[in-house]
Ligand binder design. Structure first.
Ligand code: CAA
Length: 390
């Protein structure tokens, strides 16, 4: 193992592992089946300080470094991806405020997000601006002391539940990425309505919704940074949150390997436990190798991003490591869960066993917070900026 966890991190990881096994795992299949937001798990995580674990202590968060935050997401995802997304999505909703908000804005918005009193959301994606986030069409027009926001956002995690949203809207369409601005919007504003709530393949307990903004009034002092800085705020946010999605993917993969190993020790065919078949042992060895390689890259990425802090400047290292971790861990999750279904045979394909859920949940990690094709683009661009290795 090349990574190093402190005694504190190990203790924290083991505590979350026990909490997840005792309180989350028994709910996982039902959350998936019902496809409803698990309020009980949200309350549990609020009570245990997991909802704001990676947010600053001065605002009521847990003050955890990024690696510790990732450990929390990983351990919960090992048993329930939807539940791990509660932690990751809250973190994503808070991050633009932490990256670019003034002290006054952070004091105003973060404590309620960190404590779980308000659910947060990050509203960037639009029907015509997915991977091309710079194509944002939602507009914010300044009128005196406020802005009016109009447009449509789609695929918004926590959409319809969030009481604090960070919304990206253009204040100067002709300036493209340089015309986008970021606003904190009250989820109960008049003119803000919830459109379709999506029926999803996986992470089914997480609510994903379309949001319509019809001249929603936002006070001018809810603008994060300056007008035109929104795109960079979104990018700097994603640099700091993609490791959380990588941790979710890693946890899903680890969870799938755990249950597969246990099953193969029990299930007998041809007169002996399946685990004694060499072809199966080789598959398990590949799964373990992929998981451990992914874990090493993610923990390294968490360290790189943490060391850079919230620095104003884009750092090629931060961007590249964050994207590489997300790319590798999510591909691992897809491969490992697909192999897990195969190793369970017919049982892998039915709802009585958890691996089919894990395979469905794994898929989204290759898509959200930037598809893996976008991660490759980002990695390549930053590779050019990296310069010659020492
Ligand atoms: N940090 C700081 N600044 C950055 C940056 C970064 N990581 N990346 C780019 N920038 C800056 C550039 O330096 C450039 O600045 P200038 O205007 O001063 O030159 C500006 O931003 C524009 O950058 P690009 O020219 O690189 O922009 P682009 O249009 O080519 O696109 C992209 C870049 C990487 C493709 C970007 O659009 C992207 O990341 N797309 C994916 C969007 C995404 O991840 N969406 C996820 C939605 S959230 C979600 O999924 C949440 C959920 O449900 C849980």
């Amino acid at each position: 193992m090349s990574y190093h966890l402190t005694d504190e991190q190990i203790l924290f990881r083991d505590t979350v592992r026990r909490l997840a096994a005792d309180r989350v795992q028994p709910r996982a299949a039902e959350i998936d089946r019902r496809g409803e937001f698990p309020w009980d798990i949200f309350e549990l995580f609020s009570e245990y300080g997991l909802v704001g674990v990676g947010m600053p202590e001065q605002y009521g968060g847990g003050g955890a470094d990024l690696l510790t935050f990732c450990l929390a997401v990983e351990e919960v995802a090992r048993v329930c991806a939807t539940s791990s997304l509660i932690i990751a999505a809250q973190h994503l909703g808070a991050m633009p405020i932490l990256v670019a908000g003034s002290r006054e804005q952070q004091e105003r918005f973060i404590p309620e997000i960190a404590s779980g009193r308000k659910i947060a959301a990050f509203a960037l994606t639009e029907p015509e601006a997915g991977s091309d986030a710079g194509g944002t069409q939602t507009q914010a027009i300044r009128e005196g002391n406020h802005y009016r926001i109009s447009g449509t956002k789609v695929f918004i995690t926590n959409g319809g539940l969030a009481k604090t949203l960070v919304v990206f809207a253009s204040t100067a369409l002709s300036r493209k990425t340089r015309g986008i601005s970021a606003f904190v919007v009250d989820g109960e504003s008049s003119g803000l309505s919830v459109g379709r709530i999506e029926e999803k393949m996986g992470i089914r307990g997480s609510q994903t919704a379309m949001l319509n903004f019809d001249a929603v009034t936002v006070p001018a002092n809810n603008l994060l940074g300056q007008e035109g800085e929104g795109f960079k705020i979104a990018m700097r946010t994603l640099d700091r949150t993609r490791p959380g999605i990588a941790a979710q993917a890693l946890g899903i993969a680890q969870g799938a390997l755990d249950v597969t190993l246990a099953h193969l020790k029990e299930r007998r065919q041809f007169g002996k436990p399946l685990i004694e078949q060499q072809s199966i042992q080789f598959m398990l060895a590949d799964m373990e190798t992929r998981i451990e390689a992914s874990r090493n890259l993610l923990y390294k990425a968490a360290e790189v991003v943490e060391t850079a802090g919230f620095a104003q400047q884009a750092s090629p290292d931060v961007t590249r490591y964050s994207a590489m971790a997300k790319l590798m861990c999510s591909d691992t999750a897809m491969q490992v869960t697909t192999d897990a279904v195969q190793l369970f045979g017919g049982y892998g394909y039915i709802r009585d066993y958890p691996v089919e859920r894990m395979m469905r949940d794994a898929k989204i990690t290759q898509i959200y917070e930037g598809t893996n094709q976008i991660q490759r683009l980002v990695i390549f661009r930053n590779l050019l900026e990296k310069g010659t290795p020492e």
